[in-house]
Design a protein around this ligand. Structure first.
Ligand code: SAM
Length: 424
């Protein structure tokens, strides 16, 4: 409902967003931006967490080897399209990417040899996977940004979330990672976990900041209908804070972050310094590799098949594993950009002009009038900044986007390897 209302109001578009099954030739890869990032998805985990919507299967050594061969083949098939591009960042997400650290060595080496890469390499790490050998490996691969998936310091809740570690393991993991002085250590924490109180959330915040980390990513637990979470919470009759109480959570996060000297760098991240960030989703242009990886450049947003077997088979047949493509109109592309700038909390009119040669506020008169009229945003020197209330509303919109838009896209993609069409 929220998304269709916004679609009508902002885009004047009645029809749903359309994703069409990919056919060879219907993406013009020449539209890839001159400077772009890469995303590599590693869909393997040792165990499956009941709340997690991301594409993953249980780790299998032989399949991991075949997956590596497929990844390198996908990179090879895209070499011609990326040969004149500057690759300014590589993010490796999962699943649990470090399960394939040996395979990733070959993948990263391939990128460094055949692509014009200069920039950051970020990887997500599961706390239970942290050990000295792994960190030495990461350093040797030139990985400088780390995102550690801690979630909470509450042992009971960790157990409930299916996390096979406790807060003592977390302490060891953070201390060891810090001793390696990576450029940026980001820690993922989730809030409004079942049974959690505001005091519990404040405890997790003070605890995580006591490690003097570089960035905190703090996500409200989003109950994706495609996961078992809703059913488990119901069966165990567990409580959660309601939407309005979540506003209080955002205020507590702001307060404690200020106390520890951390500034907000997006709707859900706080950093110690402005330019040292771990952020894959907010990049303006990225090309994804792997089963379930997404890509965005030009007027395209597309997803690779989520099926690991079909991904491997497609590449064995020298076929790009692209499953569904959303061809955006220019207006949709501008709104896609504004949507992710709202995630950053700042929408820069000058950058909009650089990208689209248009005046942002003339182009989306109603949107910016309402943002300011409803005190969701303020304007300073051509930059639109979300107010605290604006942030709270965007927090709500982002969750609705996940529950109604992403959930449909990912669930259908997990149920069917190759899709003709999805309307959302
Ligand atoms: C792609 S996941 C991968 C992390 C890694 N596999 C791990 O579990 O540590 C990245 C982050 O998304 C967040 N996340 C996962 N499921 C979520 C959900 N249902 N709601 C909100 N955040 C979620 C978690 O904080 C997680 O660390």
């Amino acid at each position: 409902m929220v998304t269709s209302f916004l679609r009508k109001m902002i885009l004047g578009k009645k029809e749903k967003f359309l994703f069409k099954g990919y056919q060879e030739g219907n993406i013009n890869f020449k539209d890839i931006d001159d400077e772009t990032g890469l995303y590599i998805h590693i869909p393997f985990c040792r165990s499956l967490c009941p709340y997690c919507p991301y594409n993953k299967i249980l780790y299998d050594r032989d399949k991991a080897e075949a997956y590596k061969v497929a990844l390198i083949k996908e990179l090879t098939l895209q070499r011609e399209n990326l040969k004149d591009k500057k690759i300014n960042s590589i993010y490796i997400g999962g699943g649990t990417p470090t399960l394939l650290i040996t395979e990733l060595k070959e993948v990263i080496k391939y990128i460094k040899v055949y692509f014009n890469f200069k920039g950051d390499i970020g990887i997500e790490i599961h706390p239970k996977e942290v050990n000295e050998d792994l960190l030495i490996h990461l350093k040797n691969l030139g990985i400088n940004l780390i995102s550690l998936g801690v979630q909470t310091f509450d042992n009971d809740i960790l157990k409930f979330l299916g996390r096979n570690y406790n807060n003592h393991d977390i302490d060891k993991a953070i201390t060891l990672v810090k001793s390696f002085n990576f450029q940026c250590l980001d820690i993922d924490i989730m809030t409004n976990l079942p049974g959690q109180t505001l005091e519990d959330i404040r405890y997790d915040l003070e605890k995580v900041y006591s490690y003097n980390i570089d960035q905190l990513s703090i996500y409200p637990l989003i109950i994706f209908p495609m996961t078992k979470m809703q059913k488990v919470i119901k069966e165990k009759n567990l409580s959660r804070l309601n939407e309005w109480q979540e506003r209080k959570v955002l205020q507590v996060i702001d307060e404690v972050s200020k106390e520890y000297g951390y500034d907000r760098s997006s709707i859900w991240t706080y950093g110690k310094t402005h330019n040292n960030r771990y952020t894959s989703v907010t990049r303006e242009s990225f090309v994804g590799f792997g089963a379930g990886a997404s890509s965005h450049f030009g007027n395209y947003f597309y997803l690779n098949t989520f099926s690991v077997d079909d991904y491997i088979n497609a590449l064995e047949e020298d076929r790009l594993p692209i499953n569904i493509v959303n061809f955006m109109t220019d207006r949709e592309k501008m709104i896609f950009w504004i949507f992710w700038r709202c995630y950053d909390g700042i929408i820069d009119g000058k950058r909009f002009k650089e990208l689209f040669q248009k005046d942002m506020q003339k182009e989306f008169k109603l949107l910016f009038f309402l943002l300011k009229f409803l005190r969701l945003a303020v304007e300073e020197e051509g930059k639109i900044t979300l107010t605290d209330f604006g942030r709270y509303v965007y927090h709500f919109v982002e969750k609705q986007y996940s529950i109604h838009y992403l959930n449909k896209l990912w669930q259908d993609s997990m149920e069917k390897a190759w899709i003709e069409e999805i309307k959302i």
